[in-house]
Design a protein around this ligand. Structure first.
Ligand code: FES
Length: 64
């Protein structure tokens, strides 16, 4: 599923970037070779960062 339409970033790409150390949306864009454009995806990317980090540390998220 696309998370960022401007850069055609998928949920998978965002999760992979977080697993490789991206901790902020800016880091995610950089890891994917792009940068924020409209900014409309920032909240969704932040949620994915938190969720991926929580899963990696073994914590459950509110949606899980
Ligand atoms: S949707 Fe991601 S920058 Fe526009």
């Amino acid at each position: 599923m696309y998370v960022c339409l401007c850069n055609a970033l998928t949920e998978c790409q965002v999760r992979a970037a977080v697993e490789e150390g991206a901790g902020r949306p800016r880091d995610v864009y950089g890891a994917c070779g792009c940068r924020a454009q409209c900014g409309g995806c920032t909240k969704a990317i932040l949620c994915l960062i938190r969720e991926t980090q929580a899963l990696a540390s073994g914590h459950r998220t509110a949606e899980a």
